[in-house]
Design a protein around this ligand. Structure first.
Ligand SMILES: Nc1ncnc2c1ncn2[C@@H]1O[C@H](COP(=O)(O)OP(=O)(O)O)[C@@H](O)[C@H]1O
Ligand SMILES: Nc1ccn([C@H]2C[C@H](O)[C@@H](COP(=O)(O)OP(=O)(O)O)O2)c(=O)n1
Length: 223
């Protein structure tokens, strides 16, 4: 008697790195090129930050923040052509990119119970992805999908990362805000996730001197 054929495992590409290293643009490019789904795990933390601010919860009330996380209705698009996020029926795709959310998001993403819940949701999305998925964030190579076939730590010099953010945000942003969004946030985020040094088996790509297309090429070559 022949043994049953195992269900095929999805192809998984995981990309982590600090703010502005190019994770989102690169992951979307790789997903499009390889015909895979795309998951922006940071957008999920940003959506919760939006909800916490709407609900007027005290930033120090980690119990209330974790409760909001567990009970929110979160819908994340995994289409790399149309990234989008809805929380409790509100389309927050644009709102979660505001400087206010960027400044606040680490307050929720550093709550352990929040991470536990969102990591579980992310793992369910990865397991259901057909024929596979490219996901990006801070702990996707180490916690969410350590089994991924391709695991990349995407880095770039802080000056290059701040210059990229400045191009995105325009002249309205002050040097202080820019530093807060990139350097201060990385320092806070790195207290709960390892994205400054590569774990075993994780390939480091430095995008400081590479174009977006070159980074996408390198990752597709690994896959
Ligand atoms: N290799 C690269 N060279 C130059 N600019 C880049 C590169 N990768 C991404 N960018 C640009 O940098 C900005 C930040 O990229 P993004 O993908 O949002 O980074 P992250 O998700 O790591 O914060 C975007 O405007 C993007 O177009
Ligand atoms: N897997 C992840 C993804 C993001 N986070 C946190 C850390 C970041 O400050 C926020 C927002 O992540 P996002 O990837 O959108 O941030 P950047 O695009 O790099 O500026 O969420 C996390 O803790 N774990």
């Amino acid at each position: 008697m022949s043994s049953p054929t195992p269900a095929s495992e999805p192809t998984v590409v995981a990309i982590d790195g600090p703010s502005g290293s190019g994770k989102s643009s690169t992951a979307r490019g790789v997903a499009r090129r390889l015909g895979l789904a795309y998951l922006d795990t940071g957008a999920m933390y940003r959506a919760l930050a939006w909800l916490v601010l709407q609900a007027d919860v005290e930033p120090t009330d980690t119990v209330a923040i974790a409760n909001l996380a567990r009970h929110m209705e979160l819908e994340v698009s995994t289409d790399p052509q149309r990234p989008g996020v809805q929380v409790n029926g509100h389309d927050v795709t644009e709102a979660i990119r505001s400087p206010q959310i960027s400044a606040f998001v680490s307050t929720v993403s550093t709550v352990p119970a929040v991470r536990e819940h969102l990591v579980r949701v992310q793992q369910e999305i990865v397991a259901a992805a057909e024929p596979g998925i490219v996901l990006e964030g801070r702990d996707t190579t180490t916690v969410v999908a350590p089994q991924a076939e391709v695991r990349v730590l995407l880095v770039a010099d802080p000056s290059a990362r701040m210059a990229r953010r400045l191009t995105e945000l325009g002249d309205a942003v002050t040097d202080e805000q820019l530093h807060d969004q990139v350097v201060r946030r990385d320092a806070d985020d790195s207290t709960v996730a390892r994205f400054t040094t590569a774990a075993d088996g994780v390939v480091v790509i430095d995008s400081t001197q590479l174009s977006l297309a070159e980074v996408v090429d390198e990752i597709c070559a690994l896959a």
